[in-house]
Design a protein around this ligand. Structure first.
Ligand SMILES: C[S@@+](CC[C@H](N)C(=O)[O-])C[C@H]1O[C@@H](n2cnc3c(N)ncnc32)[C@H](O)[C@@H]1O
Length: 506
């Protein structure tokens, strides 16, 4: 037996848990923390809690280990149509408006149940969509469902539930949407099951929005009964990233007990009877380009944009780091005017901040100046794709490819946009082209693997995933994978091994 865990170690561990999972264990919850870590230690195979704490504090844990730790520290409590009034508002107000605005225009809808637990929430959403869209087959509907806890996700993917999950539902509901199992439980119907894609994602650590993981341009995000367990600073980080992951005018749904004036300043609060929702409303509020650079001839005027820099609408332009004090200049030398950042540089900064629509506006207003710069086309295509403006994104991808046919990244983005449009054949040929130009393009192999998997071609999928894992071994775990919006090699390796059950050779 090891020595017991010291107070200092518990406090270090609580900080570590806040950093890696978001979960908040102040001193008054130390009994919960100790109970949870003891459970995690057993499941992770440690001889005692102290050994587990030592290891967590000394070696960075894998995503799977963090998932196990989180599973012992959170309540896996959920049920179908939980907080029913919220689903009533979705069904009566949000979905009809969305469907009306998309019918005949791409017919594409994107939902994300972030912190989906064992799946009751995303399946409730899938059932609503099934009811709202009699012509569902004609639509391209995405319901992404993610959670930090792999065990919950495996139960969610199996889709089999006991009576307790239906505590708020009438009896006919089970009969209509489930098949009875031999042991008296209920399995969700395959046509509902196939609408939902489950993926492990840590809201605090993982990178989103990301075109690579399809966590972008969401119309509705449900993130309910998870934020309430997070530290205040992690809540703010997560809300900021979820805001970025929404399309313009998209909706964020939290639970009634998580609604707060102070926490959602970047959203418009919309009140429905008994329910408060948050709406991203950048499209309506964005200022109409008063600070956009003037045409080239008037470039001198660009130095002082006519906008108060403290205004929330002012673009946040990177500030140069403080410099050594400059040697005194001779008095007669006139100070040189500062060169304003190029529209492309401003757009890149806005893009990094998740302000995709503003980045796209700037680039579109100055695109003539960048007529020969593939980098501007690339940024514009990505900003538009991140907003779900797929037709425009595709058009700018085409221009990017016309300007630089040999750039594999252009063909990859082309493929990602085709995937989002549901045009799988074209996506495949763009990915093949990317790989022809760059055979070690990890993400192209990964995306081909995902496409093969969706088509039920598991042998092909395994081949592509094996190629991706092979290539990932050339990277350090913390290295960012090219074109992956910040996704690291370690995280992508874990994602692939979780999906395929493949082992990596160290
Ligand atoms: C109480 S359940 C909420 C389930 C469902 N959203 C609902 O409202 O019924 C909380 C979920 O948050 C998940 N969770 C906790 N920390 C997380 C994190 N950092 N990233 C993603 N999911 C997390 C837990 O695994 C758990 O499944």
């Amino acid at each position: 037996m090891r020595d017991r865990v010291s107070d200092a170690q518990w406090s270090q561990l609580s900080e570590f848990i806040a950093r890696t999972t978001g979960l908040h264990f102040p001193r008054e919850r130390s009994a919960d923390l100790q109970r949870g870590v003891a459970g995690a230690a057993r499941e992770l195979g440690f001889e005692d809690t102290a050994a587990c704490v030592d290891r967590l504090l000394s070696v960075p844990p894998t995503a799977a280990e963090i998932g196990i730790l989180a599973s012992h520290l959170t309540v896996g409590e959920t049920y179908f149509f939980r907080e029913k009034k919220t689903f009533d508002v979705l069904s009566a107000d949000i979905l009809p408006e969305l469907i009306r605005s998309r019918r005949g225009r791409g017919q594409r809808l994107r939902f994300w149940s972030a912190a989906c637990c064992t799946g009751e929430e995303p399946y409730s959403l899938a059932i609503l969509l099934h009811q709202a869209l009699p012509d569902l087959e004609e639509w391209h509907v995405t319901i992404a469902a993610t959670d930090i806890n792999g065990r919950f996700l495996r139960r969610a993917a199996a889709g089999t539930y006991g009576e307790w999950s239906f505590r708020d539902m009438p009896a006919w509901f089970k009969e209509r949407y489930f098949n009875r199992t031999m042991d008296g439980r209920y399995t969700i119907l395959p046509e509902i099951r196939r609408l939902v894609t489950f993926v492990q994602l840590n809201l605090v650590e993982d990178v989103y929005p990301s075109l690579a993981t399809e966590t972008n341009a969401m119309d509705v995000i449900l993130c309910r009964n998870a934020l309430m367990y997070f530290t205040p600073s992690q809540v703010r980080n997560v809300i900021r990233n979820l805001h970025h992951a929404l399309a313009e005018d998209g909706w964020l749904v939290v639970s009634p007990s998580e609604a707060s004036h102070a926490l959602f300043p970047q959203f418009t609060t919309v009140n429905f009877p008994g329910v408060i929702l948050y709406r991203k409303s950048g499209a309506k509020l964005r200022m109409k380009q008063p600070w956009l650079p003037a045409p080239l001839d008037d470039a001198a005027d660009m130095v002082a944009p006519a906008i108060d820099p403290s205004s929330p609408w002012a673009p946040r332009i990177p500030v140069a780091p403080p410099m050594e004090p400059a040697p005194a200049r001779p008095v007669e030398e006139p100070a040189r005017p500062e060169t304003p950042p190029s529209p492309c540089a401003v757009a890149e900064t806005l893009y990094q901040e998740g302000r995709y629509a503003e980045a796209a506006d700037i680039l579109l207003a100055s695109i003539d100046r960048h007529a020969h710069e593939p980098a501007a086309f690339s940024l514009l295509a990505r900003a538009l794709a991140n907003q779900g403006e797929l037709t425009d994104a595709l058009a700018w991808c085409d221009r990017w490819i016309a300007a630089d046919k040999l750039d594999p990244a252009a063909h990859y983005l082309h493929a990602v946009v085709f995937v989002e449009r549901g045009d799988i054949e074209r996506a495949r040929s763009s990915l093949q082209r990317a790989l022809y130009l760059q055979p070690d393009f990890v993400l192209a192999h990964f995306t081909l693997g995902n496409l093969a998997r969706r088509r039920g071609k598991s042998e092909d999928a395994d081949k592509h995933f094996a190629n991706a894992l092979d290539l990932l071994r050339r990277y350090q775990p913390g290295d960012q994978v090219p074109e992956a919006d910040g996704l690291t090699a370690g995280r992508l390796t874990e994602t692939i091994t979780a999906v395929t059950g493949m082992e990596t050779v160290p």
